[in-house]
Write a protein that binds this ligand. Structure first.
Ligand code: PMP
Length: 305
């Protein structure tokens, strides 16, 4: 990913892709205190547009706030940086990665006195869990790793260090032949995927873990809450057990990268008919209508680049 043409926005300037470097004594590299976002731009009839840009930027600033980091740019500047990288790299659609980190002035656990940096990169990225998975559903394994406790690394911040947990869970699941991991909270209730929120459908009602189970407050999760309301479907946010997922009629993951991905199996137990369910399909198709600019009700969620 690093050796290619293109531009990356770094601390206020568009720099050549190959020159967007940091020092090996970067504080965040050593101690993991940093925050990032994952944002997508879609091709719409009115040109390329970034989906829910303002909400992603706000979550980045909130993540930094939780980490006691002060991003040295305004939200408007960070929004503009994301539009600029899409334009500068000539992307029609793509994934945008803003990241804020602590510099290399000094090491030691306390980052006080170190500079806070921000970069934004963008590149083309298709279906995160595969095109096939989007249609047929993916196979998921309950992780032997537990999702972060709400009072350890802070679960509402999309922090760099939180992802060691996601990496371990995802590697374990994929090494065992599954597509993704499902993590439980420290009390054993369902929390979320390694990089996705979870939804299940039972008797026409949609359920998703409430955020006290430590899942990230996903922007796609929130989009699905809007879609369900528009479709007249009831959504209940509550504690969910892994066996409730086994006996659900349908299940799916949501995320900026994963979009809306059906789940056909958990721990080798088939969920419902073992394929993308009808409610999942309706939500998935409504989601793609919105992100691709085909639903005027949500035109305000699309920022042209
Ligand atoms: N949970 C985790 C751990 C994630 O990494 C992500 C992806 N950002 C999500 C949930 C989904 O969040 P969003 O829909 O905002 O991308």
């Amino acid at each position: 990913l690093h050796d290619r043409d293109g531009k990356i926005w770094m601390d206020g300037e568009l720099v050549d892709w190959r020159d967007a470097k940091v020092h090996v004594l970067t504080h965040t590299l050593h101690y993991g205190c940093g925050a990032f976002e994952g944002v997508r731009a879609y091709k719409t009839e009115r040109g390329t547009a970034i989906f829910r840009l303002q909400e992603h930027t706000e979550r980045l600033f909130n993540s930094a706030k939780i980490l006691r980091m002060k991003i040295p740019f305004s939200m408007e500047e960070v929004n503009e940086a994301q539009r600029a990288v899409i334009r500068a790299n000539g992307l029609e659609s793509g994934y945008i990665r803003p990241l804020t980190w602590i510099g290399s002035e000094k090491l030691g656990v306390s980052p006080k006195g170190n500079r806070v940096h921000l970069m934004v990169a963008a590149w083309a990225w298709g279906a995160y869990l595969g095109e096939e998975g989007m249609k047929r559903g993916i196979r998921v394994k309950t992780s032997s790793y537990t999702r972060h406790h709400v009072n350890i690394t802070m679960t509402q911040a999309k922090t760099v260090s939180n992802y060691t947990n996601s990496i371990l869970a995802n590697m374990e699941a994929t090494d065992d032949g599954y597509d993704e991991a499902l993590l439980l909270d420290p009390a054993g209730f369902v929390s979320e995927g390694a990089g996705e929120n979870l939804f299940i459908v039972k008797n026409g009602v949609i359920y998703t873990p409430d955020l006290s189970a430590g899942a990230l407050n996903g922007i796609t999760r929130n989009t699905v809450l809007h879609i369900a309301k528009d479709l007249g479907l009831e959504v209940v946010q509550k504690r969910i057990t892994r066996d409730e997922v086994y006996i659900a009629d349908e299940a799916f993951f949501t995320g900026t990268a994963a979009e809306v991905t059906p789940i056909r199996e958990l721990d080798r137990i088939q969920i419902g008919a073992g394929q993308r369910g009808p409610v999942t399909e309706r939500i998935q198709s409504a989601f793609f209508d919105i992100v691709n600019g085909r639903n005027p009700k949500y035109a305000h969620w699309l920022t042209p680049v």
